[in-house]
Design a protein. Structure first.
Length: 254
C-alpha cells in the first residue's frame, strides 16, 4: 500500500498547485491513500495574520473542495481531510471552536513553534539552548498526551547544537513517551529531498534504540512531489538502514 498523510495546499501561502492536482498526481503515482493536512489556522485574539498557514476564512473552502474530491475520486483513491498543527494551549480552545462543525478526519502534530508565532521562535533554527529543547519536548509530550494528533511530523525539527548528553536525554524521553503511546515518528521526505537537517540519523538512532515505529510523510508542497518515485523509495531505504519498522497505514480513520 502507498499512503501519505502529510499533504499541503496553496492555502498555507508557501505551497502551490490545486487540490485536484495533488489528488491526480497521487493517483498517477499509485497511492491508495492520500491525506491532506495543511497548516491549521489559529484564531489570534490580537488580530495577528500568519503568513505560513491557512486563514480561518479558508476553512470552508478547504473542506468543501476536498469533500467534493473525495466523492469524485472515490473509486480511485481514499482521501482524508486533516490538519498539521502545533500544540499551543493558549490557542487550543479557539481552534476547537473554529473546527467544531467540520468533518475533520485527523490531525498530525508539527511543532514549528512552542508559543504563538506572533511572539514565538521557529523551532527549525539551530540552538544550543537546552531550555528550548526541554520545552519543545515537554510541549510535544503534553500535546500528544491530549489524544489530538495521530503522529508526530518531523520530530527532529528542532536543530539542537548543544551538548550530546542533553540531546540524548531529551530526545530519548520523547521517543520513550511516543513508544509507550504507540505513536509513530515521521520520516519527513521534504526535509530529506531538500537536504535539511532532518530527518536526522542522530535522532533516528535514538528512535531505533527505544523501539519506535516510523511513518513516511511526503510533506508535499507541490503536486509533482507526490509523483516523484525517489521520494517514497528514499524514505523506505532510510527506514531500512536505520532498522525502523514502518507504519504503512493509519488505522481507525474510517
Amino acid at each position: 500500500m502507498l499512503a501519505n498523510y502529510h499533504t499541503h495546499t496553496s492555502r498555507c501561502g508557501h505551497a502551490r498547485g490545486t487540490d485536484r492536482e495533488y489528488v491526480e498526481r497521487a493517483i498517477e503515482a499509485g497511492f491508495d491513500v492520500l491525506g491532506f493536512s495543511d497548516h491549521c489556522p489559529w484564531v489570534f485574539s490580537d488580530g495577528y495574520v500568519s503568513g505560513i498557514r491557512m486563514r480561518d476564512t479558508d476553512v470552508d473552502g478547504y473542506f468543501s473542495s476536498l469533500t467534493d474530491l473525495k466523492k469524485e475520486y472515490a473509486d480511485d483513491i481514499k482521501l482524508y481531510i486533516g490538519f498539521e498543527a502545533e500544540y499551543i494551549p493558549a490557542l487550543i480552545e479557539a481552534q476547537d471552536r473554529l473546527l467544531a462543525d467540520y468533518p475533520l478526519d485527523y490531525m498530525i502534530m508539527g511543532q514549528h513553534f512552542n508559543n504563538p508565532e506572533s511572539c514565538g521562535v521557529y523551532m527549525g533554527v539551530p540552538t544550543s539552548d537546552e531550555g528550548i529543547l526541554r520545552e519543545y519536548v515537554d510541549r510535544i509530550i503534553e500535546g500528544m498526551d491530549s489524544g489530538r494528533y495521530r503522529y508526530l511530523a518531523h520530530p527532529d525539527l528542532l536543530d539542537f547544537t548543544g551538548s550530546a548528553e542533553a540531546y540524548e536525554e531529551h530526545y530519548t524521553r520523547l521517543c520513550q513517551f511516543l513508544k509507550d503511546k504507540d505513536i509513530p515518528v515521521e520520516i519527513n521526505m521534504l526535509g530529506m529531498m531538500n537536504n535539511k537537517h532532518y530527518p536526522s540519523e542522530r535522532f533516528f538512532r535514538i528512535a531505533k534504540k527505544v523501539g519506535n515505529k516510523a511513518i513516511i510523510g511526503c510533506d508535499a508542497h507541490i503536486p509533482e512531489f507526490l509523483k516523484e518515485p525517489s521520494v517514497m523509495k528514499s524514505g523506505r531505504y532510510f527506514a531500512e538502514v536505520m532498522g525502523l519498522e514502518l507504519v504503512e497505514k493509519l488505522e481507525g480513520l474510517d
